[in-house]
Design a protein around this ligand. Structure first.
Ligand SMILES: [Zn+2]
Length: 492
């Protein structure tokens, strides 16, 4: 008997807009595909949130005893600047600007991506395929779509014929758009355009002579369109129809809409049973964007080297912060929100670590079995981690009452309490602190705050020898003090 046979999960399916009972295509097995990063820059914190949501979902399925094949790709070709249909490949552009081989760019940022995800305690996916490793598969799908009459070739490029596809299928069903409205709201094609309709998208693009990333094809040298790689890799590893396809909300249109069209055009089947979309992360109430300076990298949060936060925060703490919001809600990150969340995180971890030392009695004053099921109920309801965390804090309250002697617990229930807390906190939420314990970082933070206070008092007394000594010796230990209008902060 596996746990999944006792628990019924309900999932919000973006395709139907409804919460549906989750029933995998093959009992006991789950195929899940998530669109991975385009590796031309350091991984964005908002992308980390998306991947973390699917890491939590992957962890929960595994905990329930499902055999999960989780595929998350690496986009190392074909993704054009501004997600546009024309223009430069993101990787090729970066390679040109930095005078690197495109594969050097790919390697550098793939390593960065893996490093950050490891700090956040992600489980590796089952398969992590690359677009450049699947050019042959992509060419085969294009041939298939051409043969079925849903694509056309012009001057060495191949485009998907959206108007023709929409005659027999429904283009726009995932994002809730109508083709007529899309056509009415787009500019007219110019004479230079090869496309028949502005909604058509590239399956294969002819490479101009200066284009450095290129492969031979039946239509001449070129490179695949961005949307195609996900269809090729998901079909290859998960089959023509699989259980879950996930990604960020911003990928719903056009990327995922195009994936559905490509799959239906090539094999006549709807590719995905449940589409799931994770929502975005804002910073201080505004959209994160490098161009406006309203942006922070994960590594800058861990080290404290930034102008936005007052102190460093550990990856496990940031993970806890993200898990306090439902994956489908917008989450805002700010210094105050992180500070408040850190208090809760330390309380939860301390409480879990103190269970082993609790005294035992001959009765238990709270219903552990019912509480345990309420934790599963939270996760079963579309992976509602904020509710789960509230349930975990119910246990913290009882743990404190037992410590004070106002409640008791039996040995058997104490073991079940410990196992359940560890299952949910460590295995499912993934809150294992890989960078030393949270208690250590809390103590360090307390000591640095004390020294900042002593230095402030020394300066007020004009004892600059002492204040400089505190600053310099902390700097020697790798702790930088920063004086600002709001007081002194530090980074590691
Ligand atoms: Zn994709």
């Amino acid at each position: 008997m596996q746990l999944y046979q006792e628990q019924t999960i309900r999932v919000h399916n973006s395709l139907t807009g409804k919460k549906e009972t989750f029933v995998p295509i093959n009992e006991g097995h789950i195929g899940m595909y998530v669109c991975g990063p385009t590796v031309y820059s350091n991984v964005h914190l908002g992308n980390c949130r998306t991947f973390m949501s699917f890491d939590m979902i992957f962890r929960y399925f595994r905990h329930l005893g499902y055999k999960v094949r989780y595929v998350r790709n690496i986009t190392d070709a074909g993704h054009l600047v501004d997600d546009a249909e024309d223009g430069e490949d993101k990787i090729a552009k970066k390679a040109r600007l930095e005078q690197l081989e495109p594969m050097e760019v790919v390697q550098r940022y793939t390593v960065d991506f893996h490093n950050i995800l490891e700090k956040f305690n992600f489980l590796p996916p089952s398969i992590e395929p690359t677009a450049t490793g699947h050019i042959i598969e992509q060419i085969e799908i294009i041939k298939d779509i051409l043969e079925k009459g849903y694509a056309y070739e012009v001057n060495g490029s191949v485009y998907f014929d959206v108007v023709r596809f929409n005659e027999s299928n429904e283009y726009g069903k995932l994002s809730g758009r109508k083709l007529e409205d899309m056509i009415a709201n787009t500019r007219e094609l110019t004479a230079q355009d090869d496309k028949k309709s502005p909604q058509d998208f590239a399956l294969w693009k002819k490479a101009e002579p200066e284009h450095i990333m290129r492969w031979p094809s039946p239509w001449g040298d070129g490179f695949p369109g961005w949307h195609l790689e996900c269809t090729a890799m998901s079909t290859k590893y998960l089959g023509e129809t699989f259980d879950i396809h996930g990604g960020g909300m911003d990928l719903k249109f056009p990327h995922h809409e195009c994936e559905i069209a490509q799959a239906e055009a090539s094999n006549g089947k709807s590719p995905v049973k449940y589409w799931m979309h994770a929502n975005m992360l804002t910073l201080n109430g505004k959209k994160m964007a490098k161009s406006t300076g309203n942006s922070i990298l994960p590594g800058e949060i861990f080290s404290g080297e930034n102008d936005i936060l007052s102190k460093p925060f550990s990856p496990a703490m940031v993970r806890f912060f993200m898990m306090q919001a439902h994956y489908a809600s917008i989450l805002d990150i700010s210094n105050d929100a992180l500070l408040a969340s850190e208090k809760g995180f330390n309380k939860l971890m301390d409480s879990m670590n103190s269970i082993k030392l609790l005294p035992v009695g001959n009765k238990t004053d709270f219903d552990i079995e019912a509480w345990r099921q309420s934790c599963y109920d939270a996760m079963n309801d579309d992976f509602n981690t904020p509710i789960l965390i509230a349930k975990l804090f119910d246990a913290v309250k009882h743990i404190n009452l037992i410590k004070e002697g106002s409640e008791t617990i039996t040995q058997k229930d104490k073991e079940l309490l410990l196992e359940t807390m560890q299952n949910f906190v460590l295995d499912i939420l993934g809150l294992e602190d890989k960078q030393g314990s949270s208690v250590d970082s809390e103590k360090l933070s307390g000591v640095v705050e004390l020294l900042i206070q002593l230095r402030k008092e020394a300066r007020e007394n004009k004892d600059f020898t002492t204040s400089d000594k505190i600053r310099d010796q902390l700097a020697e230990l790798g702790i930088q003090l920063k004086d600002g209008k709001e007081g002194t902060t530090y980074s590691l």
